[in-house]
Design a protein around this ligand. Structure first.
Ligand code: NA7
Length: 549
């Protein structure tokens, strides 16, 4: 293990997904002894786990869904499609791991089972599933925003005698064969929507248990145009700069839907529908801020759904009537068309909820559906679940889950008072999923490297967010959400998908503003953080005791 001379890591990182990999690269460059732990057998995080057929990127895709820090990396990697699929993204992440020689400091197939801050030494003490004890000065959570799979507690689920799969834990070692089987799928989020048309092709019957209809936009995945590849490779510094400043590498539409004539608007919407991806959301600048504009685009999608589905009763069940985009928009391929097949049916489980799962199928309040395969496409305890399931212990043994029991409290989303030397990447109260993921990881990774450097240069062992900074930060994040339309619907951004989870908008919606802000905090000498020195004698005593035990 790469450690300092005293056997203690400078930094332990949990998670070898795209955030943890960048943090490792950056911190190692700064000369730290770093080790990454991941429970998976390979790097890639979410992209390692999500192997269900049809899994592909559902945000503006290639050539921009990638790291931005290395122009050489951009120049040498060839994206082939506009919406790369899971194998393509995983190959890319594996390439990055090799290209930057990351693997020598990544320990795979290892869960962190406990993480406790030790007051005397000012160190984090981690226990691993391999029975090791690891001591590190700093702990970085890079556990991912969609990593803690949510399996609803359906009565009788364990008694089901057929095959059961969760999309986030798809089998690694074999393909799932649906041929001739009666398949049920619960959940119509991005995972369900990507999977449904594929299962429909081979299953004898597919029953879709839908709770909330979605706005599914056409992905229109296609070979990536040569001009776009060249544009990215030749203009990377400018594109990166624009992405940092605006959250998008390409310019954003400024025109307003509410100011366009109906004829103009329809032409723009039809073109965006044909182009696919997130074009429809992005073709006007007011869709996500003005309820009137939002309803215009929402009604356009409803019209498209009615046109796509031959049976008007089925179409009616698939029509969403809440704010367009407030639940994460979905990119699908042949999703609505799948419901025109004779072997696909839809069951509205909002109207007639699932009562239980029996040994042979799903029982709802108005029917029974016999199944050979049951798929849970039921999502994640998003944004906080990865970290709260680890439930680290901070000062005085206080558990993070207890501190967050009524809602997340943090400073800048990067640190929590009472948890010294612990930093969170893509955590709650950061832009996380609402900003380019790789770029956000780089900016946060650089910031964390900066604060650790600052502490080291000042001879400090401990960095901690001041408790007094947290309420204002929480208010700032909430105020931005309240001004937008994102907080006006039930979604996993709000924690609404998990029973009992505090309702709180968890994402900082002004990504560029957020990154300016954390930069200013760094420039100010890390205002809001307390730097202190640990008791060095206690530290070496504690280490000696650990070595001797
Ligand atoms: P999502 O988007 O959280 O979708 C989960 C789906 O499961 C959604 O349709 C839920 O309905 C449904 N669900 C959850 N619990 C139940 C119960 N108890 N009964 C019936 N239906 C249920 O997860 P995904 O994996 O699809 O996507 C996650 C993200 O990954 C996605 O946004 C992309 O960024 C990639 P609900 O809408 O809550 O009524």
């Amino acid at each position: 293990m790469n450690t300092s001379s005293n056997g203690i890591l400078d930094v332990a990182i949990i998670g070898a997904g795209l955030t943890g990999m960048y943090a490792l690269h950056k911190l190692r460059e700064e000369g730290h002894a770093v080790r990454v732990f991941d429970r998976a057998d390979g790097v890639g995080g979410t992209w390692w786990w999500n192997r269900y057929p049809g899994a592909r990127v559902d945000s503006p895709g290639a050539p921009f869904y990638c790291y931005t820090f290395s122009e050489d990396l951009v120049a040498e990697w060839e994206w082939l499609e506009t919406q790369p699929d899971q194998p393509a993204i995983l190959s890319y992440l594996n390439h990055v791991a090799d290209r930057f020689d990351l693997r020598r400091d990544i320990q795979l197939a290892t869960s962190i089972t406990d993480a406790a801050y030790e007051e005397d030494s000012g160190l984090w003490v981690l226990a691993t599933s391999k029975g090791e004890e690891v001591r590190a000065r700093y702990l970085i959570s890079a556990v991912g925003t969609l990593s803690d799979a949510y399996k609803p507690a359906f009565d009788g689920l364990a008694s089901f005698r057929g095959e059961v799969y969760h999309t986030g834990h798809w089998p690694q070692d074999h393909d799932v064969d649906f041929t001739g089987k009666r398949v049920g799928i619960i959940g119509t989020g991005s995972s369900g929507v990507q999977l449904i048309p594929i299962i429909a092709e081979s299953a004898a019957a597919l029953t879709v248990f839908q709770r909330t209809p979605q706005y599914v936009l056409p992905a229109r995945n296609r070979p990536l145009a040569e001009e776009l590849k060249t544009l990215a490779k030749e203009n990377w510094p400018e594109l990166r700069e624009r992405a940092v400043a605006t959250g998008r590498p390409l310019p954003k539409a400024q025109e307003l839907a509410v100011e366009a004539s109906q004829e103009e608007r329809n032409a723009v919407y039809e073109q965006a529908w044909l182009t696919g991806g997130m074009s429809l959301r992005d073709c006007y600048g007011d869709h996500m801020s003005d309820p009137e504009a939002n309803e215009l685009v929402a009604e356009f999608v409803r019209k498209k759904i009615r046109e796509a589905i031959t049976d008007p009763d089925v179409a009616e069940q698939l029509l969403p009537y809440y704010i367009f985009g407030a639940k994460r928009l979905i990119l699908g391929t042949g999703y609505y068309e799948a419901f025109n097949r004779d072997n696909v049916s839809i069951v509205d489980v909002k109207k007639a909820p699932i009562v239980c799962i029996t040994d042979s199928g799903v029982e709802t309040s108005d029917g029974f559906y016999e199944l050979d395969v049951l798929i849970l496409a039921t999502g994640y305890d998003a944004i906080t679940g990865g970290l709260t399931s680890l439930n680290p212990r901070g000062r005085d043994g206080v558990r993070l889950r207890d501190v967050w029991s009524k809602g997340v409290q943090s400073y800048l989303g990067l640190a929590v008072s009472g948890f010294p030397n612990m930093f969170i990447m893509h955590g709650p109260q950061t832009p996380a999923v609402k900003y380019p993921m790789h770029l956000g990881a780089e900016l946060q990774g650089d910031w964390i490297a900066g604060i650790i450097r600052h502490a080291k240069n000042g001879g400090f062992d401990t960095v901690e967010a001041q408790a007094a900074m947290q309420p204002a930060w929480g208010k700032e994040v909430a105020a931005i959400a309240d001004r937008s339309l994102y907080s006006k619907a039930e979604s996993w951004y709000m924690g609404s998908n998990i029973p009992g989870k505090p309702r709180q908008f968890m994402v900082h919606l002004d990504g560029p503003g957020y990154h300016r802000r954390i930069h200013e905090v760094a420039e100010s000498g890390y205002e809001g953080f307390e730097f202190s020195k640990a008791d060095v004698a206690a530290e070496s005593d504690a280490y000696a005791a650990a070595v001797l035990s």
